[in-house]
Design a protein around this ligand. Structure first.
Ligand code: SIN
Ligand code: FE2
Length: 213
């Protein structure tokens, strides 16, 4: 019998106008998503980038898709190749693309066609300070963010760095979509607590899908 109140059924939690959490939405695909992440990292390994200010980021990153986001002493940019390895970014798996397109649609953004997927890997203590995603050309396109592995506290703020933030726990399989009037909201991740996740080990992984160009 279909159990509508099963723990496994995804549900939506609005965050702000144009921003919603699709709870557990990626859970059924999580193992396949993780396998794709490991295959991508085997080609273009996770690396700790240096911010333009000269700090080593605590989050390790790689990318897939036509374009990948990275940071170095010159600034933040989208590039077709990994500056560490000199290789092109691996193609975006169709599993990734379809999940991003479908969930953007569920959140009210039809026609999303990402050309970049940033893959973040958090180890205990790793964090992402409050920032805006604003290196993309077309800010009418949303951001789709998929959380896997260890839980983390996501901060979702306003349009100034100092604005009050909501704090929400993002767990394995949760997807956050923000766009429209929320597209430029500040957001970040508080330092990851140590733990062991049955599927992802001692890490949190996050995929963020963007339309960069
Ligand atoms: C990001 O802001 O790019 C990533 C957020 C997250 O790891 O959930
Ligand atoms: Fe971001």
């Amino acid at each position: 019998m279909l159990d509508l109140f099963s723990e496994e059924a995804p549900w939506q939690e609005p965050l702000a106008e144009g921003a919603v959490i699709l709870r557990r939405r990626a859970r059924d695909q999580a193992d396949a998503l993780l396998a794709e992440i490991y295959a991508i990292a085997a080609q273009n390994p996770f690396a700790h980038r240096i911010t333009p200010g000269g700090h080593r980021m605590s989050v390790a990153m790689t990318n897939c898709g036509d374009l990948g986001w990275s940071s170095d002493s010159r600034g933040y940019q989208y590039t077709e190749q990994d500056n560490h390895s000199g290789h092109k970014w691996p193609p975006m798996p169709s599993l990734f693309r379809e999940l991003a397109q479908q969930t953007a649609q569920e959140a009210g953004f039809s026609g999303f066609n990402p050309d970049a997927c940033l893959i973040n890997r958090y180890e205990p203590g790793a964090k992402l300070t409050l920032h805006q995603d604003k290196d993309e050309k077309d800010l009418r396109q949303p951001i789709v963010s998929v959380s896997l592995g260890l839980p983390a506290v996501f901060q979702f703020g306003g349009f100034e760095r100092g604005d009050a933030t909501q704090r929400v726990l993002l767990e394995h399989g949760d997807i956050v979509v923000w766009g429209g009037p929320s597209r430029l909201r500040y957001h970040g991740i508080l330092p990851l607590k140590p733990g062991v996740h049955p599927q992802a080990g001692a890490f949190r992984y996050n995929l963020t899908f963007r339309r960069a160009h």
